[in-house]
Design a protein around this ligand. Structure first.
Ligand code: 26W
Length: 811
């Protein structure tokens, strides 16, 4: 444990400030105070970082490498201090220097190198691996621009670049001496050398991959793991100069730009795949650099590559890093002289793949021509993997051409990345029980019946250190007072809190804590967008990516309906509600952008209508990101998890809200099912079509959105309000939404679930009136949230996938 007292800390801080800025604190800007603290903390961490690395090497421990195109870390200062166990001390010490730690923490730019669920999951996993002392490394791309910044202008989303490195990044260390070269394009020369084929990649374009390392500090355990992000640079200035001297100046500049483009920006699509060459380049870039550095490190530690699979586990986060598989084959065979069979056994033993979505439009498949041109040697290897795989299929399913064609890795002019990932991994997992069952029985059933033992479930989790200890200190204190602090290291111990759920004074404390958090959020909303909301109203929250399947539209329609009802019946007896939305739409996703416009149009109308002022408010918060979520989550009374059943693989915000005592309004989708199983039907609000009904509609058809609408006067009215000028003088504005719901038969069953949703909302309204009972329900949710800590998830990955239980020989 880091042992620093307040006095030493103050001295260290003042000294560091002088060193960095050459002046006294009295004249300092807030930014320079933040940077000083960041650098000082990084220095404190440096010793532990070194000793962790050393001890991993000395003990020759198995290393886990979590490869992900996205890491959505958010801010690091607060959580690093928390995990070091010095946050409270720092707060006091800084206060004595007239500095507010809270305001310094708010100055940090979010590290937003991810789109949403998948990227945030990767960040929670890093925190859990370090906190559990697992030798785990993150491996990804250091995008110069992260997920775009969202501005809402006249009710519409406008995208601006997220220049997060503008004022530098105190957490990263550039490791120029650990650079790798990644090779694109060119040709493959094949030679017969003493009866063995040798493959040489020639005329390629080299790209220099420079790693930037960020420390990942474990919770009070002296462990510091590493997140390594790669940045693309031109190979050397000489390259430019040599072109320059040949008079090819423009070509040199072109090369430089094309190289730097690789790590320039994060793709903002999270559910719609487009076969863009640059994305394939990004994937190979970080996979190849990461893998080369793993092998280099392994060898420099004296390891024999024959035993690589005993010492290295690689995780493939969705299909994006699947090129790991052929790249590892390439290194083992071309560079290290392994035979195909040995290389394949080692590769399969090492790799494991997680699927995060069943949306078919999100599945990655690369056009063969593009793939072959960009990665000629890798393509040859994928072809060989495919032909051996198809041969095996043929042996088992002789004559079943349809099935073999469906399962092939290369078919119809495409390389299918999920098929490659399944064939080349020893483990394939889904992210919630329902999701895994759907993978097994529907989406990937061919593969499941072929490789039944590869498939397994690992229900997602969230780090309770960020989402409870850091985001909700008052609730953390109440838990400590009632059940003691053991839940911090053992989150399942939170179950003991259930005993207090009937305790009136605990219920009142829970109410007060929630109210304080609501007051804080109300202040943020007031200062950001000038809207005044009532902390005694129900805070009803839906924050997540905007997507048709997540059904922000269902939420919007019920607000429209409620508004109509209040206008018609001003004495309607409801608890006042504040509807809070936030989330980004992919820039090219027209319907999602229209959904944002609709929510803002509803907000504008409702918030300016004096007739409903003390009953309804609607807020769309701009630029949703991790640091904003940390303010929203603890303040929510109601968590909207209303996706069309079967479509949300897991969801993770559902877990964050319950852990903070928010009650869930949910369909039985993703991890909502497991939350319901934990808390019981009495402590959650469930509505909507179930899995069987949805799958039945998909299979046999029979859904008629017009009919549902025509039979419900409320729906007739509100769907009409979308196109009759009620929410915008431009009657065309929401026509796409109207048509999606009616003309195109409501792909996501919004209208079908409407009535059931409203009934569940009525139940919720009634339940909220009994303050004590509501807090009892909240307490049960909190008590049962420990199982959704990512510590539990990571333990399951470690023992079930990364350990030795699932070795190739058992498959
Ligand atoms: C090709 C573009 C693309 C990019 C990202 C397609 C798909 C993705 C991700 C898989 C999308 C994603 O973030 N999925 C979410 O993953 C979470 C973590 O497992 C789950 O909780 C969410 O349900 C799932 O939507």
């Amino acid at each position: 444990m880091l042992k620093i007292n307040k006095e030493t800390f103050k001295k260290d801080y003042e000294k560091k400030f002088l060193e960095m800025h050459g002046t006294e604190l009295a004249f300092a800007s807030e930014q320079s105070k933040y940077e000083t603290l960041g650098v000082l903390v990084r220095d404190y961490v440096a010793g532990m970082w070194l000793s962790t690395t050393k001890s991993y090497n000395e003990n020759n421990e198995k290393q886990v490498y979590y490869f992900s195109m996205e890491f959505l870390l958010g801010r690091l200062l607060g959580n690093t201090l928390l995990n070091l166990g010095i946050r409270d001390m720092c707060k006091e010490a800084l206060a004595e220097l007239n500095i507010s730690l809270d305001s310094l923490e708010e100055l940090e730019q979010d590290q937003g190198l991810g789109n949403g669920g998948l990227g945030r999951l990767a960040a929670c996993f890093l925190d859990s691996m370090a906190s559990l002392g697992i030798p785990g490394n993150g491996c990804g791309i250091r995008y110069k621009y992260g997920f775009f910044e969202q501005k809402i202008i006249d009710g519409s989303q406008i995208e601006a670049p997220d220049n997060w490195l503008r004022s530098g990044n105190v957490w990263e260390i550039r490791k120029a001496d650990k650079a790798e070269i990644v090779r694109f394009g060119g040709e493959v020369k094949v030679e017969d050398i003493n009866g063995r084929l040798a493959f040489t990649h020639i005329n390629y374009e080299p790209v220099l991959a420079i790693p930037y390392d960020t420390p990942v500090v474990g919770y009070e355990n002296d462990v510091v793991n590493t997140l390594r992000l790669w940045s693309a640079e031109p190979v050397s200035n000489e390259f430019d100069f040599s072109s320059f001297s040949r008079g090819d100046f423009l070509k040199a500049i072109e090369y430089k730009n094309s190289v730097e483009a690789i790590s320039q920006v994060l793709y903002p699509e999270d559910s719609f795949y487009e076969g863009k060459m640059l994305r394939l380049k990004q994937q190979y870039f970080f996979v190849s650099a990461g893998l080369q550095s793993i092998i280099r490190h392994y060898k420099s530690n004296g390891g024999n590559l024959k035993g690589l699979d005993e010492k290295v586990a690689i995780h493939i986060n969705d299909t994006h890093p699947t090129l790991i598989i052929p790249e590892l084959m390439r290194i083992l065979m071309d560079d290290e002289g392994f035979a195909w069979e040995d290389a394949w056994r080692i590769t399969k033993n090492i790799c494991a793949y997680t699927n995060h979505t069943i949306l078919s439009e999100a599945l990655e498949k690369w056009p063969v021509d593009m793939f072959r041109k960009l990665l000629p040697r890798i393509y040859m290897i994928v072809e060989e993997i495919n032909s051996r795989f198809c041969q095996n299929l043929w042996n088992k399913y002789t004559g079943q051409w349809d099935k073999i064609h469906r399962m092939a890795i290369i078919a119809d002019g495409y390389v299918k990345m999920a098929h490659l990932a399944i064939a080349g991994s020893h483990s394939v997992n889904g992210v919630a029980k329902l999701h895994t069952e759907i993978l097994k029985k529907q989406e990937m059933s061919d593969f499941y019946y072929y490789y039944p033992r590869k498939f397994n479930n690992k229900t997602n989790g969230i780090t309770h250190r960020r989402w409870l200890l850091k985001a909700n200190p008052e609730l953390t204190n109440l838990l400590k007072e009632t059940i003691g602090p053991s839940f911090i290291k053992h989150p399942m111990d939170m179950e003991a809190f259930e005993r207090f759920s009937n305790n009136k004074s605990v219920q009142e404390k829970l109410h007060d804590i929630k109210r304080n958090n609501k007051v804080n959020l109300a202040e943020i909303i007031r200062s950001n967008q000038g809207i005044i909301i009532d902390p005694d109203s129900i805070f009803d929250v839906q924050v997540k990516r905007i997507h048709a399947y997540k059904r922000q539209t269902l939420n919007a329609l019920r607000i429209m309906d409620l508004y109509n009802e209040i206008i018609e019946n001003p004495n309607l007896d409801i608890v006042p509600r504040t509807f809070i939305f936030a989330g980004k739409a992919a820039p090219g996703y027209f319907l999602a952008k229209k959904t944002i416009e609709l929510i803002n149009a509803i907000a504008e109308k409702i918030n300016t209508d004096p007739r409903v002022q003390n009953k309804l408010k609607v807020v769309f918060m701009e630029n949703y990101k991790v640091s904003l979520a940390e303010h929203i989550v603890p303040a929510a009374d109601v968590s909207e998890q209303i996706s069309t059943t079967t479509k949300e693989a897991s969801g993770t915000s559902n877990m964050k809200f319950m852990m903070n005592g928010g009650l869930t309004m949910a369909t039985l989708d993703g991890a909502n099912v497991e939350i319901r199983d934990e808390v019981g039907d009495d402590n959650i609000f469930i509505f909507g079509l179930n899995e069987r009904e949805i799958l039945d509609y998909y299979k046999h058809g029979g859904y008629n959105a017009w009919e549902v609408c025509n039979n419900d006067p409320r729906l007739r009215r509100i769907t009409n309000d979308l196109i009759n000028g009620y929410y915008s003088p431009d009657r065309e504005k929401f026509k796409t939404i109207y048509e999606h719901l009616l003309t195109y038969n409501d792909e996501f069953f919004v209208l079908k679930d409407f009535d059931s949703y409203l009934k569940a909302q009525d139940r919720l309204d009634k339940a909220y009136r009994d303050k004590h009972h509501w807090q009892k329900m909240a307490a049960v949710n909190i008590a049962h949230s420990g199982i959704f800590s990512s510590d539990r998830t990571i333990q399951e990955y470690a023992t079930g996938i990364w350990g030795s239980e699932f070795l190739y020989k058992n498959l």
